[in-house]
Design a binder for this molecule. Sequence first.
Ligand code: 5GP
Ligand code: ZN
Length: 150
Amino acid sequence: MTPGGRVRLHRRRRRRHLRVAPVPYDPCYPNTGGTVSADADCLFCKIAGGQIPADVVRESEHTLAFRDISPQAPTHVLVIPREHHRDVASLAAAAPGTLAELVREAAAVAAGEGIEAYRLVFNTGSEAGQSVFHVHGHVLGGRAMTWPPG
Ligand code: 5GP
Ligand code: ZN
């Protein structure tokens, strides 16, 4: 009985055992089905791990932002996840929260540099210009930009 005098009906809930299927390996998202947290041969993993120095401008729990060694604009900062993911689609599949954090950090880099307009570029694949296969957003700004990019 409840304090109001009503009889409380106890419904028996059928317990359902949800079976969570493992994420299948997808060649389009090479990091699904098992994320590699660091790659011993990866330049940006070494920067994230402090083995190679960089001009760091911002740090967050899951990301690091540092100046590009060969700047293509007055502001040219790379924002990377601390964990190794080869490209932006792999990061989106494996750790969407970290991708969102990376984009917020890119905006914070631009704000810190005092630029309102900036370009955030994720080269994906060597034909598109990706040379380091640890995802990084290029934050480019401080000059007028043309379109289409070369
Ligand atoms: P991607 O060509 O893969 O889109 O961009 C890689 C970027 O990393 C290039 O803009 C290149 O200048 C930069 N980069 C390559 N090696 C280093 C390095 O050792 N330190 C820093 N800070 N940037 C680097
Ligand atoms: Zn890496």
